[in-house]
Design a protein around this ligand. Sequence first.
Ligand code: HEC
Length: 98
Amino acid sequence: MKYLGVAMLFFISHLALADQATAMKSGCMGCHQLDRKAVGPSIKDLAAKYSAADVDALVATVKAGRAAGELTWGAIPMPASPAPEADVKTVIEWMLTQ
Ligand code: HEC
């Protein structure tokens, strides 16, 4: 049992790293830092504002981008993401658990 626990822990932390790697690969980390505001809101602020029920709407927002005039967070628009939708979803699910 002890070994199963260790294996599970390793598996879970490995999954979290994979999600962060997807965030980097998808270019999100260039504008979203974990705990401070960068070009976009911090990932902790996103996690505080949104829950799992918002994931699909957020994926749509990120794929479409956010134009000036419809901003929620400030004055800087977010360009439409070229990353595959499945990756964007993985990243947002990861962001909301930070
Ligand atoms: C060029 C910079 C940039 C990149 C790259 C970027 N974002 Fe953003 N993101 C922003 C900005 C700026 C905002 C705030 C827009 C606003 O005020 O509504 C934002 C907002 C968001 C929001 C909140 C939207 C809302 O309705 O509140 C989420 C979620 C998000 N980004 C996720 C992502 C993900 C996932 C990626 C990678 C696929 C990504 N972003 C890539 C700049 C960026």
